[in-house]
Design a binder for this molecule. Structure first.
Ligand code: CP
Length: 315
């Protein structure tokens, strides 16, 4: 694996899942692997879980980290080639990515979607520019279209809590007052293609994800029907993909409630966090013993550790 931009970069999904679960049993088993190396972590957007879990994962591998809130602390970057840089952007990514490569042995980057320009978001300009101009591996800590470290943590969680039968997993859209990106929904869908499960996506009219990503997946606009007999309910908001970046509805009809969870097979509730209580899901869902949101957050350590370990072993 040269870079980790999407789950497709993993040399083997199942082996990575096994590795993450094994690291969870003994997190310090490869504590000398990061000795003498440095992980750079650049945040163009805020984070709680990704920042701390990735640092913890690096610590477990004996890998020192250097963290920068790039959008607040560094120079504004120019990403266009051939531009006359007379505006507010003081440094070109060509130099910045090369400079970061002088200090770090790999660099993890968080850069969300703009949600104003679909073409630019899908081009993943920030991550792809660093991939082009840095000489070290790039790790995706949530980009415009993907959040693979989250999806890998979600796979660990499903594996840990799956029933004896083939599980039914539902990804359900939920309301949110802000327009949110598709990254989590996309990566969760890509991850589920690797799992032995019946997988259904439920969303209101106008909220289909990118059809290239959902190809071959059952999608429905009937949330209650989808929830019937579900073993896992993964909830997430995303803005409209067709009417890119728009919020088409704000009512709470699609909020996950204890009554809706009654339709499931004692289903486990999942969300990547942060979550807006009583907007996305009711208190009674989040505070129920069937909520796995904290376990998912804990598993972020081991998903990051499994990825970092493989990159370190590549040399
Ligand atoms: N789930 C997740 O990525 O959380 P943060 O945005 O807090 O990192």
């Amino acid at each position: 694996m040269k870079h980790f931009i999407t789950l497709a970069d993993l040399p083997n999904f199942e082996q990575t899942l096994d590795l993450a679960m094994d690291l969870k049993k003994n997190p310090k088993q490869s504590n000398g692997l990061g000795k003498g190396k440095t992980l750079g972590m650049l945040f163009f957007n805020p984070s709680l879980r990704t920042r701390l879990s990735t640092q913890k994962a690096a610590q477990n591998l004996g890998l020192p980290t250097m963290v920068m809130n790039f959008s607040q602390e560094s120079w504004a970057l120019e990403f266009e080639d051939g531009t006359k840089m007379s505006g507010l952007r003081s440094e070109h990514v060509k130099e910045a990515a090369n400079v970061v490569s002088q200090y770090c042995d790999m660099v993890a980057i968080r850069a969300f979607a703009s949600l104003s320009d679909k073409e630019k978001d899908e081009a993943e300009i920030v991550l792809r520019s660093f991939t082009k101009y840095a000489s070290i591996p790039i790790i995706n800590m949530e980009s415009a279209t993907a959040h693979p470290l989250q999806a890998l943590a979600d796979a660990i969680t499903i594996e840990e809590f799956k029933p004896n039968h083939k599980p039914k997993v539902v990804l359900s859209w939920a309301p949110h007052p802000k327009a949110l990106p598709h990254a989590v929904g996309n990566s969760f869908t890509q991850m589920m293609k690797n799992m032995a499960a019946d997988f259904v996506i439920a969303h209101p009219e106008g909220y289909s994800l990118n059809p290239k990503i959902t190809e071959g997946i059952e999608c429905t606009t009937d949330q209650e029907k989808a929830l019937e007999d579900a073993d896992f309910v993964y909830t997430k908001n995303w803005c409209s993909y067709d009417y890119y970046g728009q919020i088409l509805r704000t009512d709470d009809q699609w909020m996950i409630t204890p009554e809706k969870m009654q339709l499931t097979n004692s289903g486990k509730f999942m969300h990547c966090l942060p979550i807006r209580r009583n907007i996305v899901a009711a208190d009674g869902v989040l505070d129920s013993p069937n909520s796995l949101v904290i376990q998912q957050s804990q598993n972020r350590i081991y998903s990051a550790q499994a990825v970092l370990k493989q990159l370190l072993e590549n040399g």
